[in-house]
Design a protein around this ligand. Structure first.
Ligand SMILES: [Zn+2]
Ligand SMILES: [Zn+2]
Length: 108
């Protein structure tokens, strides 16, 4: 059995994929239900606040800190903290300018 077939078999065993009656490979039931957890387990870092895949999230500015948070989650998070804008993981200051209707380029 080749490595490729083995991997495919594991996916089918885990119900990510399924073999159809014709021997084709289709998406298994889990693929639809668990796509978000799949994101989580496959190198798409999740948002620190809501745990959804942080595809368009803001990264912590501290070097080496892997935290990323959605812009709107940042708003929720920092609104509770009354102006104390720090990274929930490394506690370094988080450059946050508040919710904006449109993205504004920061020239600093
Ligand atoms: Zn989020
Ligand atoms: Zn951080």
């Amino acid at each position: 059995m080749s490595q490729k077939e083995k991997t495919l078999d594991e996916f089918v065993g885990d119900k990510w994929l399924s073999f159809t009656a014709e021997g084709h490979v289709g998406l298994g039931v889990r693929s639809f239900l668990d796509l978000r957890s799949w994101f989580r387990n496959n190198d798409v870092p999740s948002c620190e606040v809501c745990n959804e895949a942080g595809v368009k999230a803001v990264l912590c500015q501290k070097e080496g800190c892997k935290v990323r948070i959605h812009q709107y989650c940042l708003g929720n998070l920092f609104a509770k903290k009354k102006g104390e804008t720090v990274c929930p993981s490394c506690s370094s200051h988080w450059q946050y300018t508040g919710p904006k209707e449109e993205a504004v380029e920061d020239d600093v």
